[in-house]
Design a protein around this ligand. Structure first.
Ligand SMILES: Cc1cc2nc3c(=O)[nH]c(=O)nc-3n(C[C@H](O)[C@H](O)[C@H](O)COP(=O)(O)OP(=O)(O)OC[C@H]3O[C@@H](n4cnc5c(N)ncnc54)[C@H](O)[C@@H]3O)c2cc1C
Ligand code: SF4
Length: 368
């Protein structure tokens, strides 16, 4: 099914409508002349080299065999929302994940209007020996849901029990806003996790406040667990065997270099699309609206004409090229290699290169 985990998320921290974004993107890719969407298919074999790959698949419902030829392979298999068996999750209606709460707050507000005391526990099923990763989205999701609860009921009391609040970049502003609106944050340690007991319709959460140095008990109307992601181990194992690409010990595809080549795999021609692995340093964000820059001014001389605009070091200014894919932006510039070889001022350079910059969902890669 197209959309993946984003089908389950309703609002971003900034208040954007995720379902509208997903619908728009699906509409764009299914109608794009250069994109063919194949669903309900299993990859079964793969061969070739960069530029000349061949991938075989069985396509449902009849499961007939089909082979496609392609130049590069981008793995966009994402990850699975985690549902660990912790803090009575799934055993009491008032205990749910942040993803469940997101759906309730968007779809059935009547079930959340009475929430007066809400406790959130962070890092549930993450940053522990069996899943050492930080999912990177659950802190901002907790802040997002706290703000929505406080918007509906400014008198509500929201407790966030955290190990660290990882609100990246400008998300910190929303953390401050939630504090100003009355949410309380309380640090906890792995050695002293909160204790949860279900009592009738309510849930009792006990924890030690490190500032007060005293145990506290909150009788909550709802307990929201920030459960993050786990890798889709089965899927990545099959694909890694077919494509012969490496995986991490926790089941994510292993990028070539965690900082320098975070979207490249070590096998040439293989890339990751916005890997939801916490190992990816650039983080994962649903795309923000892009400001479209105007195209090249036809009145300006072309770079290969005398008087063409030169940037520093002989590079033309980056110019936007037509979109190849709705999720990517492609910019390019003609690269005046002739200047490097000592062209005299005013002389039209004879040797040109093309520099491309491909940006998508927070990653940028350059090719010359
Ligand atoms: C609670 C929560 C809140 C979030 N809030 C935000 C937010 O506010 N802002 C934000 O930017 N992000 C947020 N995120 C993160 C965001 O949802 C993800 O980053 C995004 O959905 C990842 O998209 P993806 O396409 O990379 O992966 P996925 O959504 O995981 O999609 C991967 C797709 O690949 C398919 N697939 C897997 N294996 C195979 C295979 N072998 N063959 C064929 N198909 C396969 C899967 O079925 C799935 O459809 C949130 C996530 C959660 C859990
Ligand atoms: S994003 Fe926050 S809650 Fe999620 S694993 Fe990281 S620190 Fe824990």
């Amino acid at each position: 099914m197209l959309g993946g985990v984003a089908n389950l998320v309703h609002r971003t921290l900034e208040g954007r409508d995720v379902q509208a974004l997903v619908r728009d993107l699906i509409q764009k890719i299914t109608t794009h002349a250069n994109i063919q969407v194949i669903t309900n298919a299993f990859i079964v074999d793969h061969s070739g080299m960069p530029g000349l790959f061949k991938t075989g698949m069985q396509v449902g419902p009849q499961m007939f065999y089909r082979q496609i030829s392609h130049g590069v392979t981008i793995l966009a298999t994402g990850a699975l929302p985690n549902r660990p068996d912790e803090y009575l999750l799934g055993r009491h209606p008032a205990i749910m994940t942040q993803l469940d709460a997101d759906a309730l707050l968007a779809g059935t507000p009547s079930r959340t209007e009475h929430w007066q005391d809400v406790v959130m526990i962070q890092c549930v099923g993450s940053r522990q020996p069996d899943n050492p990763n930080c999912s990177r989205v659950c802190c901002q999701t907790a802040i997002k849901n706290a703000l929505r609860i406080l918007d509906k009921n400014p008198e509500a009391q929201v407790w966030v029990l955290y190990r660290d609040m990882r609100t990246y970049g400008f998300q910190e502003d929303y953390y401050r806003l939630a504090r100003e609106k009355g949410s309380s944050s309380c640090a906890m340690t792995r050695k002293q996790p909160p204790r949860v007991q279900a009592e009738g319709h309510r849930v009792s959460v006990s924890f030690t406040d490190p500032i007060l140095g005293r145990p506290l008990v909150v009788d909550a109307d709802a307990l929201l667990l920030s459960t993050g992601f786990v890798s889709d181990d089965e899927s990545t194992e099959d694909l890694a065997a077919i494509f012969k690409v490496p995986r991490t010990t926790d089941g994510y595809f292993l990028e070539d270099h965690v900082k320098l080549r975070p979207v490249d795999l070590s096998r040439p021609g293989f890339f990751l699309a916005e890997p939801p692995t916490p190992l990816c340093p650039s983080g994962k964000r649903l795309p923000r609206p892009r400001r479209r820059r105007p195209g090249p001014d036809p009145a300006q001389p072309r770079p290969d004409q005398p008087g063409g605009v030169r940037g520093p070091g002989g590079l033309q200014k980056m110019r936007r090229l037509p979109d190849l894919c709705p999720g990517l932006s492609l910019r390019g510039s003609l690269y005046q290699r002739g200047r490097v070889f000592g062209d005299r001022p005013g002389q039209v350079p004879r040797l040109w290169g093309l520099r491309l910059r491909v940006s998508g969902q927070g990653h940028t890669t350059d090719a010359v």
